[in-house]
Design a protein around this ligand. Structure first.
Ligand SMILES: CC(C)(COP(=O)(O)OP(=O)(O)OC[C@H]1O[C@@H](n2cnc3c(N)ncnc32)[C@H](O)[C@@H]1OP(=O)(O)O)[C@@H](O)C(=O)NCCC(=O)NCCS
Length: 189
């Protein structure tokens, strides 16, 4: 568990997610969808709680970090990774997602979560992290820049929401030795 004294002195804690966190994570996700941050603008795009539980267990059993941040014991954000691509050659590269509760934005929670996610992914032996960020998502682009993610691609018109086409920015960061050294023999078979 990671602790930090941001947010008016109250520690923001980070720990692996649990089954009982699923409803809180979905509530955070739904709110961001309704505000149009995600590509889905319909609630029908929101996963079912059981889907989230299964996905979370799957990710954890395969050593993919799936974290929540809490403040006063309440889940105020979450972050996780999935494989970037399923083919074995890409087993050292993950794609991440991060969400902070809408009432707790701008208080350092995203920073604490991202730091813990990067640390956990590096410790698990992954070497590259990739994210897809809406081109107009200033907060997310700012957060990624703060963690030395490089903007490596600009996908044009790949989303459609609120009646207009949306671009995505691909961000990438290496972990540990990145591509300067071969992977550990035993890692992530
Ligand atoms: C992106 C997101 C996770 C940031 O979380 P947060 O807790 O508000 O971010 P923090 O307060 O920890 O800020 C960390 C850094 O991010 C950047 N940042 C955060 N909000 C920003 C904003 N509105 N504008 C510009 N930069 C911003 C800053 O660099 C900030 O560092 P600083 O406070 O030292 O300046 C949050 O806005 C969110 O959940 N957005 C909706 C979901 C989403 O877009 N997820 C990412 C999908 S790719």
């Amino acid at each position: 568990m990671t602790a930090t004294p941001r947010d008016n002195g109250m520690p923001i804690l980070v720990r692996p997610s649990r089954d009982e966190d699923v409803e809180a994570m979905l509530a955070i996700y739904r709110r961001h969808i309704r505000r149009g941050v995600e590509d889905n603008v319909e609630d029908s795009g929101v996963p079912d709680p059981d889907d989230v539980k299964d996905r979370r267990k799957n990710l954890r059993s395969r050593r993919f970090p799936h974290l929540v941040s809490t403040l006063h014991g309440e889940v105020v954000g979450y972050a996780y990774v999935v494989l970037f691509r399923k083919r074995p050659a890409y087993r050292f590269t993950v794609k991440h997602s991060i969400y902070v509760h809408h009432e707790y934005l701008g208080r350092g929670i995203g920073r604490v979560l991202m730091s813990a996610l990067i640390e956990a992914c590096a410790a698990a032996g992954f070497r590259q992290m990739i994210g897809y960020v809406d081109a107009d998502n200033v907060a997310s682009l700012g957060l990624h820049a703060a963690f030395a993610f490089e903007q490596v691609g600009h996908l044009k018109g790949v989303g459609f929401k609120y009646g207009k086409w949306a671009d995505s920015i691909i961000v990438q960061r290496s972990l540990g030795p990145g591509s300067t050294k071969p992977p550990f023999q035993a890692a992530l078979r």
